[in-house]
Design a protein around this ligand. Structure first.
Ligand code: NDP
Length: 448
C-alpha cells in the first residue's frame, strides 16, 4: 500500500508541475487521488496502463477570443473555454459557466469532477466543461445575446450531439441557452436539439431539467437521512445562493417537510425564521433578476445581513448551492458545533479540504457534490434521450426517473464505501465508484 501511495503522490506532483497556478484543479485532483490507493492496489492494470495520469490530462482544451459590442457600441473582449476532458463513457457533457472569476483552472476543476459525476449517473456521458470570464450581471438582454452569439460562433465547430453537449452552470440559464441555440442553428443550418441541454420546453427542452440539480441534491440528502433512520421532517435548513440550484433545493426541502430559513447571494444573506417565501424568491431572481436583499421589502420581519456568513446560522441540514470553497474549516466547525447532521452539496466543490475533513471526522452525513448534484446532468442526459427519440415525457415520469437515479447513486456510493472499509464515507464511495467505470472503459478502448 505504501508503494502505491508513493506512486500516486508522484502522479499528483506531476499534475502540479504540468498545470501551474491552477489551484482549484489541483484541489479537485488531490481529493480524487487520495481515494484511489485501495483501488489501484486491487487493479495493478490501472497503474500499468497509466490510467490515472491519462485521466488527469484533458483529451482536448480549447481557448478562444470572444469579441462583442456593448450597448454603447464599444468593443469588448472576453475569453472562452471548452475543456473536453474524457469521452470514454460517451460524448463530453457538462455546463458552461459565465462568471468574471472564470479561468482555465476553474474550468479544468469542473471538467475533471464532471467525469466522475457523469460516470456515477450510470448514463452514457463523458465529461467536459466550458465557459467564459464574461459577467452577465448588469448587462442588458441585447448585450447578453450579442455575447452568446459571438461565443457560439467559435464553439459550434467543437460540439455536436455525438461529440460534446454543453448545458448551463453559474450565469448560464434558459436565456443564454436560447441565444446560443439560435446562433448554432443559424450557422449550421441544422435544427439539432441534441447539441445543447437546458433548452426551452417548446423547442426540445425537458420537463424537470430546471428543477433537476436542486431536486436531485435534496433526494440525495433524503437518502442519507433515511440510511440513518431519519428524515427532513421538521428540520431547519440552510441553502446558500439564490440561483437555479438554490431555488429548487429550497422547493424540494419544503415539499419533504423541512424548513429552509436562509439563502444568499454574493452580497449578503437573507434570514427568515418563519421559513423562506419561495414564490417571492422566484419572482425576484427568475423574473426580475434583482438582488436577494429586496426580499425584506416584502417581508419586513426577515433580516438581511450584508456580507454575512450564512453558515453562522444554526441548522440541522446545510446545502451549499452557490460556488466553490464557500465552506472553509471554520465554517464547517461552526456547522457541526451548532448541531448540523447532514450536508449535501448542490454546488461543485463548495467545501475546502479542511472543511471536508471536519465533516468526515464528525461522522455527519456528508454528500460531496459529484454525487449529490449529479441530478442536473442526469436529467440533461434524459433530455438527450427525449431529443433522440423526438419524444417528450411528463413531469411526473421524468421526476420519478430523476429520483430513482439519485437513489441509485446513493446506494452505489454507500455500498462502495462499505466495501472499501470506510462505511458512511460518501467521498470515498463516490470517487471510487465513479473512477472504476471510467478506468475499465479506458482499459477496454486501448491506448487512445
Ligand atoms: P446561478 O448562476 O443560477 O446561481 C449562482 C448563485 O450563487 C447566485 O445566487 C450567485 O450570487 C451565487 N454565487 C455565485 N458565485 C458566487 C461567489 N463567488 N460568491 C458568492 N456567491 C456566489 O448558478 P447555479 O445555481 O446553476 O449554480 C450554483 C452551483 O451549482 C455552482 O457551483 C454550479 O457549478 C453547481 N451546479 C449547477 C448545476 C446546474 O444544473 N445548474 C449542476 C450541478 C452543479 P450572485 O448573483 O450574487 O452572483
Amino acid at each position: 500500500m505504501a508503494q502505491v501511495d508513493a506512486k500516486i503522490e508522484t502522479m499528483y506532483q506531476e499534475v502540479l508541475k504540468r498545470n501551474p497556478g491552477e489551484t482549484e484543479f489541483h484541489q479537485a485532483v488531490l481529493e480524487v487521488l487520495e481515494s484511489l490507493g485501495p483501488v489501484v492496489a486491487k487493479h495493478p492494470e490501472y497503474l500499468e496502463r497509466r490510467i490515472i495520469e491519462r485521466i488527469c490530462e484533458p483529451e482536448r482544451q480549447i481557448i478562444f477570443r470572444v469579441p462583442w459590442q456593448d450597448d454603447k457600441g464599444k468593443v469588448q473582449i472576453n475569453r472562452g473555454f471548452r475543456v473536453e476532458f474524457n469521452s470514454s463513457l460517451g460524448p463530453y457533457k457538462g455546463g458552461l459557466r459565465f462568471h468574471p472569476s472564470v479561468y482555465l483552472g476553474i474550468i479544468k476543476f469542473l471538467g475533471f469532477e464532471q467525469c466522475f459525476k457523469n460516470s456515477l449517473t450510470g448514463l452514457p456521458i463523458g465529461g467536459g466543461k466550458g465557459g467564459s470570464d464574461f459577467d452577465p450581471k448588469g448587462k442588458s438582454d441585447d448585450e447578453v445575446m450579442r455575447f452568446c452569439q459571438s461565443f457560439m460562433t467559435e464553439l459550434y465547430r467543437h460540439i455536436g450531439e455525438h461529440t460534446d453537449v454543453p448545458a448551463g452552470d453559474i450565469g448560464v440559464g434558459g436565456r443564454e441557452i436560447g441565444y446560443m441555440f439560435g446562433q448554432y442553428k443559424r450557422i449550421t443550418n441544422r435544427y439539432e436539439p441534441g447539441v445543447l441541454t437546458g433548452k426551452g420546453l417548446t423547442w426540445g427542452g425537458s420537463l424537470v431539467r430546471t428543477e433537476a440539480t436542486g431536486y436531485g441534491a435534496t433526494f440525495f440528502v433524503n437518502e442519507m437521512l433515511k440510511a440513518r433512520k431519519d428524515s427532513f421532517d421538521g428540520k431547519t435548513c440552510l441553502v446558500s445562493g439564490s440561483g437555479n440550484v438554490a431555488i429548487y433545493t429550497i422547493e424540494k426541502i419544503h415539499q419533504l417537510g423541512g424548513k429552509c430559513v436562509a439563502c444568499s447571494d454574493s452580497n449578503g444573506v437573507i434570514y427568515d425564521e418563519k421559513g423562506l417565501d419561495l414564490d417571492l424568491i422566484k419572482q425576484l431572481k427568475e423574473v426580475e433578476r434583482r438582488r436577494i436583499e429586496d426580499y425584506t421589502k416584502t417581508h419586513k420581519h426577515a433580516k438581511y445581513i450584508a456580507k454575512g456568513n450564512i453558515w453562522d446560522i444554526p441548522c440541522q441540514v446545510a446545502m451549499p448551492s452557490a460556488t466553490q470553497n464557500e465552506i472553509n474549516g471554520k465554517d464547517a466547525a461552526t456547522l457541526v458545533k451548532n448541531g448540523c447532521i447532514a450536508v449535501g452539496e448542490g454546488a461543485n466543490m463548495p467545501t475546502t479540504p479542511e472543511g471536508v475533513k471536519i465533516f468526515l471526522d464528525a461522522k455527519i452525513a456528508y454528500g460531496p457534490g459529484k454525487a449529490a448534484n449529479a441530478g442536473g446532468v442526469a436529467t440533461s442526459a434524459l433530455e438527450m434521450q427525449q431529443n433522440a427519440g423526438r419524444d417528450s415525457w411528463t413531469f411526473e415520469f421524468t421526476e420519478k426517473k430523476l429520483e430513482d437515479i439519485m437513489i441509485n447513486i446513493h446506494r452505489n456510493c454507500f455500498d462502495t464505501a462499505a466495501e472499501y472499509g470506510a462505511p458512511g464515507n460518501y467521498v470515498l464511495g463516490a470517487n471510487i465508484c465513479g473512477f472504476i467505470k471510467i478506468a475499465n472503459a479506458m482499459v477496454a478502448h486501448g491506448l487512445v
